[in-house]
Design a protein around this ligand. Structure first.
Ligand code: ZN
Length: 266
């Protein structure tokens, strides 16, 4: 890697980490029903308003050794981890799509998915607000597909209704599986949030790559379930949130789906 490439990647990483810092606010405040813009961030213990030097992504946490500057109470390592994760995702998206409109669109998608991952992990819900936001900005990939140069890489044809297929097909498949599991096992392994978020994923990834992400999610979720019950000897009844697997599946399908499909259909 030459100097210029390393420099560009660093800038992209810092951009992603900064967005990640905002996503931390979303992850904490949206399930609590709080505004994501006001008030400014405060320490959870001493209520001191955080200043610019407390809010530098990753670095502030490291320099403060994970403690509040004023009261010394512990700040979760989750905050710098989410920031670093988003920075990494931004770099991976940039490597995959380069200097194209696809890059900011997929940055946006990765940000929504990061929020879904951690809110579901914490509360076993995907808030309707997040789904709604995803559906609204999901018009961007559709617009790009219809009017952009060179077509949308996740759509298989140039037909006008590809975004509609993306909106409907993965959603209906998930809905069918959720209902099926209720009938068959008398309980639902899938929540309605898991079903609804697939309308958003389908808009961004198109129906084909969204289906691939469902496959990856169930594969990883099943693998985790086996480890959970047989290796860790944890109770079968425990609720394992499923959205994190959906998010990992979507990120893998977005970044490496083309390579996976090429291997399968070679
Ligand atoms: Zn404090």
């Amino acid at each position: 890697m030459d100097f210029i490439t390393a420099y560009i990647y660093s800038i992209v990483f810092i951009l992603g980490a900064t967005i990640g810092s905002f996503l931390n606010v979303c992850i904490y405040r949206i399930p609590a029903g709080l505004s994501i813009v006001k008030p400014r961030s405060r320490c959870g213990s001493c209520e001191r308003r955080l200043t610019a030097r407390d809010l530098v992504p990753i670095l502030s946490w490291v320099l403060l050794k994970g403690k509040c500057r004023t009261c010394g109470s512990k700040i979760s390592i989750r905050y710098p981890l989410v920031e670093a994760l988003e920075g990494l995702l931004f770099v991976l998206v940039f490597i995959r799509f380069g200097l194209a409109m696809m890059t900011p669109i997929m940055w946006l998608f990765s940000a929504i998915m990061t929020v879904v991952f951690f809110i579901d992990l914490d509360h076993q819900i995907i808030p309707n607000k997040v789904v709604l936001f995803g559906l609204v900005v999901g018009i961007l990939p559709a617009l790009y597909a219809w009017f952009g140069e060179g077509g949308y890489p996740f759509y298989f044809t140039e037909r006008l209704f590809e975004p509609l297929l993306g909106l409907a097909v993965p959603f209906l498949l998930m809905l069918f599986m959720a209902l099926f599991s209720v009938v068959l096992f008398k309980r639902s392994g899938l929540g309605m949030g898991d079903v609804k978020i697939y309308a958003v994923i389908g808009l961004f990834l198109g129906w084909g790559y969204a289906l691939l992400s469902i496959w990856i999610a169930f594969f990883l979720g099943g693998l985790f379930g086996i480890v959970w019950i047989f290796v860790l000897k944890r109770p079968k009844e425990a609720m394992i949130p499923f959205a994190p697997f959906i998010v990992i599946g979507s990120m893998v399908a977005m970044l490496y789906g083309y390579d996976i499909l090429t291997v399968i259909y070679r």
